[in-house]
Write a protein that binds this ligand. Structure first.
Ligand SMILES: [Zn+2]
Length: 198
């Protein structure tokens, strides 16, 4: 098989696994978590899936990558995930990158850059820890073959919807106050309206 053919197959595999990570991101969206999803792959098979569960679990470390990492390690009965790759919809943060490197993940593929918290830049890990480790992890992402636009659109639309919901809630709240509603009741009498504005 020639080199070009191998590259094409690798790209198809990458797109397939990223689609599976996107599927996980939608699960997060459904439960109003920030929609980021991840899958861990070994020997071309998905061994673990995860999506953001910080709110659900009241756990600040429950990012999609960590959720998937814990499941994969449990499955393999090994805290080292040798020869495993992770596909995650958004560029990993410092915490997740640290965990992925500690787990000896072989390849990290992310969908879209996340400038605010991401630690990768043009495929190069910026986390200082990378330079100090002997283990080499391949980091790749932000490219169309990794469905980057789809990955970023999920998160963008999530925040947009959340802003609209918040505005609506604020609008409703001021409306309730004006009507003397909310915690003061909803009779709309002058007295209650005055109480609502105080
Ligand atoms: Zn993270």
């Amino acid at each position: 098989m020639n080199k070009e053919k191998n590259k094409q197959i690798a790209e198809i595999d990458d797109a397939y696994f990223m689609l599976q990570a996107i599927k996980e991101a939608y699960k997060a969206k459904k439960v109003k978590e920030i929609p980021i999803g991840a899958v861990i792959v070994k020997d071309k098979k998905i061994i673990a899936r995860g999506f953001n569960k910080c709110i659900t679990l009241s756990d600040p470390t429950a990012h999609a990558e960590n959720v998937a990492l814990r499941k994969a390690a449990k499955k393999l009965k090994n805290y080292r995930l040798n020869n495993c790759s992770i596909y995650v919809t958004i560029e990993p943060c410092t915490m997740c990158m640290g965990a992925l490197l500690n787990a000896r993940i072989e390849k990290i593929v992310f969908g879209a850059f996340y400038k605010k918290v991401g630690v990768c830049d043009e495929g190069i890990c910026k986390a200082n820890v990378c330079k100090k480790l002997n283990h080499k992890t391949e980091v790749n992402g932000g490219k169309e073959e990794y469905l980057s636009t789809r990955c970023s659109n999920i998160i963008k639309s999530f925040f947009k919807e959340r802003r609209i919901e918040n505005r609506k809630r604020r609008g409703l709240l001021s409306c309730e106050i004006a009507m003397g509603g909310g915690e003061w009741g909803s009779t709309g009498t002058i007295d209650v309206m005055t109480a609502g504005r105080s």
